[in-house]
Design a binder for this molecule. Structure first.
Ligand code: IPD
Ligand code: CA
Length: 260
C-alpha cells in the first residue's frame, strides 16, 4: 500500500468516525431509544451498538472494497488490510448515561497496527494516530507521562466477566502493594488513550478483545508508550492480555501484572 493510500484511509475514516460519533450521541441523548439487553453477565448491548457498526461497515465497504472488517457485533475475517471496529466501547457506561464511552476504529496493515481513530463524542474528544506520524487529541500532539516512580503511578486495571475474580483481585493486590494508585473507568479503549495522553501511567487487563485495543495501541505507540505484543498468537481473533504504560515502568509493571 502506498503512503498516499494510507493517508487517504486515515482522513476518510477520521470523517466516518466523527459521523458515527454523532449517530451514537443522538442515541445517548435519548435514553428511551437505547433498547438495552444483556449478551451475558455484565455484557451490555444497546441498539446503538448495532446501528453504529452497520453504518461503519457499509461506509468502509463502499470506500475500500478490498479491505476486510472485523466488528464486535458482526465478527469478520482477518486479512493483510483489515479494519477492526468497536462501535461502542464502554457500553455499560453508555447504557447508564455515563459519558466515558467511545467509538474505536483501527487498521492493521500486514497484521501491524497502523491507523487508530477513537472518538469519545460525549467528552468532545477525538484521537488520531498513524504509525510513524505521531498521535493527536483534538489536533494537538500527545505524549505519555514519563512517570518513572511506581509509588506515584496511576494504573487502570480493566475487568470483564471473562477474567476470574481471583486473577483480578491478585492483580489489584500486587499493583497496590507496589505503591500504585488504581482505577477502573469502564472503557478499555479510553483506558489506553488515557495512557497516551498522560492522564494515567498504565493500563492492564488479563483478557481484552482486539476491537477494544486495535486503534488505541497505535495511539499509545505513537505517543511514546510501551505496549506488549498484543497481536501475538491468536490475539486478533481470540484476544489476549494487554499492558501498556509509560516506558520507564514497563519492566516493573510486567513483573507485577505477569503480562509481557
Ligand atoms: C469492554 C470495556 C471494558 C473492558 C472489557 C471490554 P464493551 O468492552 O472496554 O472496559 O474491561 O474487557 O469488553 O463491552 O464496553 O464494548
Ligand atoms: Ca469493547
Amino acid at each position: 500500500m502506498t503512503p498516499a493510500e494510507l493517508l487517504l484511509r486515515r482522513y476518510a475514516v477520521q470523517g466516518l468516525v466523527a459521523e458515527a460519533g454523532r449517530i451514537a450521541l443522538d442515541y445517548f441523548s435519548r435514553k428511551e431509544s437505547l433498547g438495552v439487553t444483556m449478551k451475558g453477565a455484565q455484557d451490555w448491548l444497546t441498539v446503538a451498538d448495532g446501528a453504529v457498526e452497520d453504518f461503519l461497515r457499509a461506509r468502509l465497504a463502499a470506500l475500500f472494497p478490498g479491505d476486510t472488517v472485523i466488528g464486535e457485533e458482526g465478527g469478520g475475517d482477518p486479512s493483510n488490510a483489515v479494519w477492526i471496529i468497536d462501535p461502542i466501547d464502554g457500553t455499560a457506561n453508555f447504557a447508564r448515561g455515563d459519558r466515558n464511552w467511545c467509538i474505536s476504529v483501527g487498521f492493521l496493515l500486514d497484521y501491524k497496527p497502523t491507523i487508530g481513530i477513537v472518538a469519545a463524542p460525549a467528552l468532545d474528544e477525538l484521537y488520531v494516530a498513524q504509525r510513524g506520524q505521531g498521535a493527536t487529541l483534538n489536533g494537538q500532539k500527545i505524549a505519555v507521562s514519563g512517570t518513572d516512580d511506581i509509588r506515584r503511578a496511576s494504573i487502570e486495571l480493566g475487568w470483564s466477566a471473562r477474567t476470574p475474580p481471583q486473577r483480578y483481585l491478585e492483580l489489584i493486590g500486587r499493583a497496590n502493594a507496589a505503591g500504585c494508585s488504581i482505577k477502573r473507568s469502564g472503557s478499555g479503549t479510553l483506558g489506553l488513550c488515557n495512557v497516551a495522553n498522560g492522564r494515567t501511567d498504565a493500563y492492564a487487563e488479563p483478557h481484552i478483545n482486539a476491537w477494544d485495543v486495535a486503534a488505541a495501541i497505535v495511539i499509545v505507540d505513537e505517543a511514546g508508550g510501551w505496549v506488549n505484543d498484543f497481536f501475538a498468537g491468536d490475539g486478533i481473533s481470540k484476544g489476549n492480555p494487554i499492558l501498556c504504560c509509560t516506558p520507564a515502568l514497563a519492566s516493573q509493571l510486567s513483573d507485577i501484572t505477569g503480562i509481557a
